[in-house]
Design a protein around this ligand. Structure first.
Ligand code: ADP
Length: 617
């Protein structure tokens, strides 16, 4: 067993001097205990690791006569150790890498095993929580720190880490308030997820959380600002609604106040105009009448606009003959065209329906406005009105109306402003041509109400064409057979005894004149109270009752007439409301109060006659 026979090498692979071999040393009397040597057996490739012990063996005299040698092959164990060491090194390397990555993450990260033991936590986690994790059970440690945003303590079952570890839940953005050891607080948003092994079993859980204190604070401030803004908007809206209602109320009142004296002026002027007057006086009075009429038109425009704004403008639809409305509409313009030396052409397409169902007055209002503008802004050339059928549907017929002129035209920029109320395109024009700038705004709203649209096409200096469509419903057969009634006048009625309750002296005078000259007997009252007194004294065929009167208004008086106990007149006596009020719902209000009919001021005698005839039936 010399060194050469057994080629032993030290663990580093070097052959030792022969006298260093365990055997040789034992022969010299040394005990060798479990030394590691490397050996390459002849019949194998690669070396093995031997654990060698050697002890001298003595005779009785103590002379060394042999050696006891023990050899153990520990190659497998050594390889295993080596592999484990490498594995350990690799794990350590990966752990360091993971730690470095986690260290760079902007959120706190904590990884725990199923036992709750901490595997890893990054610096952010500790700085957000404000402590170093050291307890044996991190889940307990962590959940004890937080409360819900409403202050409720977090139950251990609710802790995101516990939910992921125990039930494999994935938790996203659970908000908690963290109470740190140093007494400060932080709002955090936590997400957690389980980590599964290759067989799908939970082996760990990862918790990620970030400090959202500043974000929450900003959100709170934003919410505060928002609710403050909402409150301001609410208050402002209320104020505006109040102001708007007040405006409408004011407009209605003003229209009443203005219409009452105006209807007096107009009525009286018309009565005087019927007299035998000198030519000069007739001409002067005609100017008064025409100016009053234009004031009334303006007033009506304002009222229309207010009603459109409130959505309370209703169409009064009926069946009518298109050509009749167009004929009476264009006649004054034919005269105007002659006056101004302009041509005026009216073209109606062949296939137009003869009768249609719609609002003839509103259609006339739109056309009149467009024709007036066309004539107003044209000095040379002429104006053309064309009506054609655009389409026919199950609901009715869509007609296209177009009014073109060869006048001053409108720039593209100004066209955009045309249909906005109170817009006149430039001061020099409005000074020269007059007008309120309301017409086209009203036209557009009316056209929309009639189921159509209005557009303009124009170039500066090259005339303008306004086109609009209107949807007319089909004419109902039954109505088509109805004959058009001839206008009725007050004198067509049988002689009646009429009680007239009206506080305005001029109106009273003018109505009395009109009625008495038509053969009726009129008794006057200045207010509702006086009317009641008159009714107790005399008998009447009907009452004309102004709505707004001092002492007792028309509505209260009517209610009294209908319900009074001790009376000497029929409680069903016909009562007709006279009013300048023309807001939506007024008609219903008067009828609810017990009135039988309604005539707006300025009173149109034919309408008054029709209404009297109707209520006396
Ligand atoms: P106004 O009562 O002032 O005429 P409108 O709303 O009818 O109000 O018209 C507004 C403005 O549009 C007019 O003042 C005028 O400047 C312009 N305009 C309307 N129609 C025409 C037209 N046919 N040609 C040129 N300009 C027009």
């Amino acid at each position: 067993l010399s060194g050469r026979t057994l080629d032993l090498r030290d663990p580093k692979g070097f052959p030792p001097p022969a006298d260093e071999l365990p055997f040789a040393r034992a022969l010299r009397g040394e005990s060798v205990f479990q030394e590691e040597w490397s050996y390459t057996p002849r019949n194998r490739s690669g070396s093995i690791v031997l654990l060698i012990s050697a002890a001298p063996f003595h005779d009785k005299e103590g002379t060394i006569i042999g050696v006891v040698l023990s050899l153990r092959d520990i190659t497998a164990a050594r390889r295993m150790e080596l592999r484990q060491k490498r594995l350990h090194n690799r794990v350590e390397k990966e752990r360091t890498l993971l730690q470095a990555i986690l260290g760079q993450m902007p959120v706190g990260v904590i990884i725990t095993e199923t036992t709750g033991r901490l595997v890893m936590a990054n610096n952010q986690a500790e700085s957000i929580v404000g402590c170093t994790f050291k307890g044996p059970h991190l889940v307990n440690e962590f959940h004890g720190l937080g409360v819900h945003p409403d202050g409720r303590p977090v139950d251990q079952q609710e802790c995101p880490l516990a939910r992921s570890l125990r039930h494999g839940e994935v938790v996203t953005n659970q908000e908690l308030i963290l109470h740190r050891d140093n007494g400060t607080q932080a709002a955090i948003s936590c997400s957690s997820a389980p980590v599964l092994d290759s067989r799908g079993r939970i082996m760990a859980a990862v918790l990620m959380f970030m400090d959202i204190t500043e974000r929450k604070q900003a959100e709170r401030e934003l919410l505060d600002i928002r609710s403050e803004l909402e409150e301001r908007v609410r208050i402002r809206t209320l104020e505006l609604e109040g102001a708007n209602m007040a405006k409408d109320e004011f407009l209605a009142n003003m229209s009443h106040e203005i219409r009452t004296p105006m209807s007096g002026i107009l009525g009286m002027t018309e009565i005087i105009l019927q007299r035998d007057l000198s030519q000069e006086l007739h001409a002067d009075l005609s100017i008064i009448r025409d100016s009053t009429r234009s004031m009334l038109t303006l007033l009506n425009d304002l009222l229309d606009l207010s009603r459109i704004g409130k959505g309370s403008l209703d169409l009064r639809t009926t069946d009518f003959e298109l050509s009749e409305v167009i004929d009476s509409l264009v006649r004054p313009f034919e005269l105007l065209a002659m006056d101004k030396g302009l041509t005026f052409g009216v073209f109606l397409d062949q296939e137009l329906p003869v009768r249609v169902h719609g609002d003839p007055d509103r259609l006339g209002q739109v056309l009149k406005n467009l024709l007036q503008n066309a004539f107003k802004f044209t000095e040379d050339g002429g104006v053309r009105l064309r009506i054609s059928k655009q389409s026919e549907t199950r609901n009715g017929t869509v007609l296209l109306f177009s009014v073109s002129d060869t006048g001053i035209g409108i720039t593209r920029r100004n066209q955009a402003k045309l249909f906005t109320p109170f817009t006149q395109l430039d001061h020099s024009r409005s000074k020269r041509y007059g007008g309120s700038g309301l017409g086209l705004a009203i036209c557009r709203q009316l056209v929309r109400l009639m189921g159509g649209e209005i557009r303009v096409e124009s170039r500066k200096g090259a005339g303008a064409t306004f086109r609009f469509t209107v949807l007319f419903k089909k004419v109902r057969e039954r109505q088509e057979e109805l004959k058009v009634e001839n206008p009725l006048c007050l004198a067509d009625l049988p002689p009646l005894s009429i009680l007239l309750a009206e506080d305005n002296l001029v109106n009273r005078l003018f109505l009395r004149r009109a009625l008495t000259s038509a053969g009726h007997r009129v008794t006057e009252a200045e207010n509702g109270k006086e009317a009641l007194e008159q009714l107790q004294l005399e008998s009447f065929d009907c009452v004309l009752m102004d709505v707004q009167m001092p002492v007792m208004d028309g509505i209260r008086a009517t209610k009294k007439i209908r319900t009074m106990r001790q009376r000497r007149f029929s409680p069903r006596i016909p009562i007709i409301a006279l009013t300048a009020y023309a807001m939506k719902g007024d008609r219903e209000k008067f009828l609810d109060a017990g009135m039988n009919g309604y005539v707006p001021k300025p009173v149109d005698f034919s309408e008054l006659a029709r209404t009297i005839q109707y209520v006396m039936k």
